[in-house]
Design a protein around this ligand. Structure first.
Ligand code: FUB
Length: 339
């Protein structure tokens, strides 16, 4: 939701109409990546802080420094903050802006994937390891070789393969890359050209590196054509996520400047994916970012909004709500505030 419409919002009324409330309110949390590990829901969010850095299109005001892990008790719905799981000062290669993370589990070890800016101002993605889903996590000394831009989402397929999806335009710097190579002169395509695409790479067995050159994943319209850059309501902006339902692969993402969470359906982890519709209508705050987590036979959408901070875009709160796949495989669109 654009910043200029926030002045007109009555937040008390809006909170009454919200379909869910913040899971925690002692800190601001955003970009929730949720996983069902060891019979419990764990959320790996960004930890939003007040930076006093003015709003800009590069997201400089998102100046996060650390990560907390939050778990949710399914019975009571009570959320527990397990404290600082990783701080930027402990990451040798990173300087600032610890943006949206994700986590994975394999053979008793837990992996936290996170983007951060290096001293040269370029985003890369790193990994940190722990013996517990709660952390603390020990970072690898270097960022993942060949990684770039933001918003890692690591998906474990049923055959035991893991894939990282990543990328984000504007502040996420994806527009500076073509074929995995950075050039500061590169910009977004023209509105009538195909939009930039999210990136995927299969992970090595130890989950610390890419086992292949990252490649683009195609998002197609109903005619099998790539979505265009000017199709702001549907084209990829940031916040990749992957989940599987009834044997199909659902790639979901944020459309950024139009504030939707959308999805596209494919037959394998590399796509192509065909645009399927909207998962979440706009929330209060500029950004929208989500994850989808299966807990036994139910699916939940984790998302954030800026209702607790009364509309401050970089002070967000994580929420959760049940998500429904319809009989035809489409996802029922969620409206975050009832009318
Ligand atoms: O939290 C910082 C950035 O805002 C994330 O990386 C984006 O996905 C957006 O939510």
């Amino acid at each position: 939701m654009p910043e200029d419409s926030i002045d007109h919002i009555d937040f008390d009324k809006l909170n009454e109409k919200a379909i869910s409330q913040p899971l925690v309110n002692h800190i601001y949390t955003a970009d929730p990546s949720a996983h069902y590990f060891d019979g419990k829901i764990y959320i790996y969010p960004s930890h939003d802080i007040e930076s006093n850095i003015p709003f800009d299109d590069l997201g400089s005001h998102f100046a996060m420094e650390d990560y907390h892990v939050i778990s949710v008790d399914r019975e009571s719905g009570e959320a527990t903050d397990h404290g600082v799981a990783l701080h930027v000062k402990d990451v040798a290669w990173a300087e600032k802006q610890m943006w949206a993370p994700d986590a994975a589990h394999k053979n008793g070890k837990y992996y936290l994937y996170f983007p951060a800016k290096k001293a040269d101002g370029i985003f890369q993605i790193g990994v940190a390891v722990s013996n517990s889903p709660k952390g603390p996590f020990t970072p690898e000394p270097e960022a993942i070789k060949g990684s770039y831009t933001i918003d890692p989402a690591v998906f474990e397929d049923e055959d035991g393969s893991y894939y990282m999806y990543f990328g984000g335009i504007w502040g996420g710097q994806l527009q500076k890359y073509r074929n995995n190579v950075y050039n500061s002169n590169n910009e977004l395509p023209k509105p009538n050209e195909p939009a930039l695409l999210p990136i995927v790479a299969k992970m090595t067995d130890d989950l610390l590196e890419f086992s292949e050159e990252p490649k683009e994943i195609k998002i197609l319209d109903e005619n099998g054509e790539l979505l265009l850059e000017g199709d702001n309501d549907r084209r990829f902006f940031e916040a990749s996520w992957m989940h599987k339902y009834n044997g199909k692969y659902y790639f979901s993402y944020s459309t950024g400047d139009t504030h939707f969470i959308c999805y596209a359906i494919g037959d394998n982890p590399y796509g192509p994916f065909t645009y399927g519709g909207r998962i979440l209508e706009p929330v209060v705050g500029w950004t929208s970012h989500h994850s989808i987590c299966q807990v036994e036979d139910k699916f939940y959408l984790f998302y954030h909004d800026s209702s607790l901070s009364k509309g401050v875009t970089h002070l967000r709160s994580v929420k959760m709500v049940e998500l429904e796949h319809q009989a035809d495989g489409h996802i029922k669109t969620i409206t975050p505030y009832s009318s």
